[in-house]
Design a protein around this ligand. Structure first.
Ligand code: PSV
Ligand code: MN
Ligand code: MN
Length: 424
């Protein structure tokens, strides 16, 4: 289904007066408001194809309804999100879940919805039908060279799919590791992984990036072969200038200082991209900002500081993506909420008085440093984020409009109750 422009205009007309009151109030207090709005207007967060359906847990899956069953329908879902907020202008595909059958038609559809193809993701954590070797004990790390070769070839084919679509990056997340002490020789597993990544790296087109994701645990529970940012950075450094570390917020041990990791990766020029989600306990994949909004703000604070220091364009220098799973909520509503939370954290980070913070740091004024950060965090920036949407011809309140138009019911009518998304 395609959202008509008229519906957005009608919705905005009803909310306009109230919005303008709030935005004018904000403007009086902020002399950088125009620069803020234009940065927010440009900022885009990619949507992964696997977040459009209900994920479930290992205990069960309570399927949603009217889920996108085909790649075309997944693209249409992201098109809906983008029409509502104009901040979700890209889709990230997972191969082989999303192999495009008719590339030209898929590209036309995406272009008609103003969408680009973000990083492509490989999958060596599942065995596929007809596959010769199993990934039960690992893929790029495996002790058997034939398994490694199969996983390398798969990644190369993912790059080829990405090239046809216009993607510019390959994201690799490995489930490789071990569940019992003694199962693996750590050094050899790492060296095998590096050698396999080097083979894949050779196949990157010159304008592509390789994102190396890390994760502390799960599905293996004793060791993960790329377990933390140090191991990812080591690989990315050995691989070369096109390889970068990718930070997924859910992939750290509890209480990790993710904002410090971000700062140092930016310092090294090795931060490639981000997967946003939130968690209380582990890789919970909950709505961004739903559990620890202050942490999200502190991360954006370091992102803005580091990118400005390096002269990087906030909107394009890094890969921004949501990586979430939905058990309870309508995935599209959840994604709208995640994008909103990310935009709010970004806007608040843009508000931080950098010169005053520097002065406080140089004089060891700990109290003032905290005042400055918390002043920005406690500022209600929702009207600025909404103003950016208004200027982009998106909805002032995307969640409200989605609910008012009963979009899920329309999708169920179109696709049927039992339509289930492929993938996670
Ligand atoms: C598994 O933890 C995971 O969430 C990784 O973060 C990947 O990015 C994603 O799945 C898709 O493979
Ligand atoms: Mn991820
Ligand atoms: Mn994850």
């Amino acid at each position: 289904m395609i959202l008509e422009k008229k519906k957005i205009e009608e919705h905005n007309a009803v909310l306009l007066e109230q919005h303008q009151r709030k935005f004018n109030f904000f403007k009086q207090e902020c002399d950088t408001v125009e620069s803020l709005v234009s940065k927010l207007q440009r900022f885009q967060i990619a949507i992964p194809s696997w977040a459009l359906g209900t994920g479930g847990t290992r205990f069960g899956r309570f399927s949603g309804k009217g889920e996108p069953a085909t790649l075309e329908q997944k693209i249409e879902d992201v098109g809906l999100l983008h029409a509502l907020n104009k901040s979700s202008g890209a889709i990230s595909l997972h191969i082989p879940w999303d192999i495009p059958q008719h590339v030209e038609k898929i590209k036309e559809l995406a272009a008609s919805l103003d969408l680009q193809f973000d990083a492509v993701n490989s999958n060596t954590f599942q065995d596929q039908k007809g596959q010769k070797h199993s990934y039960k004990y690992g893929s790029l790390q495996d002790v058997n060279p034939a398994v490694r070769k199969q996983a390398i070839d798969h990644n190369v084919s993912v790059i080829q799919h990405g090239v046809t679509l216009g993607s510019k990056a390959l994201t690799i997340w490995l489930a490789d590791g071990s569940s019992f002490p003694g199962q693996l020789n750590f050094r050899e597993a790492f060296q095998n992984t590096l050698a396999s990544l080097q083979e894949i790296y050779k196949n990157l087109p010159p304008d592509w990036k390789m994102f190396v994701e890390y994760k502390a645990f799960e599905p293996n529970f004793y060791s993960t072969t790329i377990a933390d940012w140090g191991q990812s950075l080591l690989l990315a450094s050995k691989l070369g200038p096109q390889a970068y570390t990718l930070v997924d917020l859910g992939h750290h041990l509890p209480n990790s200082n993710i904002e410090q990791i971000v700062s140092l990766l930016l310092m090294e020029g090795k931060l490639g991209g981000f997967h946003f989600n939130d968690s209380k306990y582990a890789d919970d994949d909950l709505t961004a900002g739903s559990i620890k909004p202050y942490q999200l703000f502190l991360i954006f604070n370091e992102l803005v500081e580091g990118m400005d220091h390096n002269g990087m364009d906030h909107a394009t220098a890094l890969g921004w993506m949501i990586d979430a799973s939905h058990n309870l909520k309508d995935p599209l509503l959840d994604l709208l909420q995640s994008v909103e939370a990310i935009m709010i954290a970004y806007a608040q980070a843009l508000l931080v008085d950098r010169a005053a913070l520097k002065r406080a740091q140089l004089t060891n004024d700990v109290v003032q440093a905290q005042e400055i950060l918390q002043h920005a965090f406690r500022t209600d920036v929702r009207a600025v984020v909404a103003e950016a949407r208004l200027r982009n011809h998106a909805a002032l309140d995307p969640v409200k409009l989605y609910q008012e138009l009963e979009i899920r019911n329309l999708l169920i009518t179109e696709r049927g109750e039992n339509s289930i998304a492929t993938g996670l």
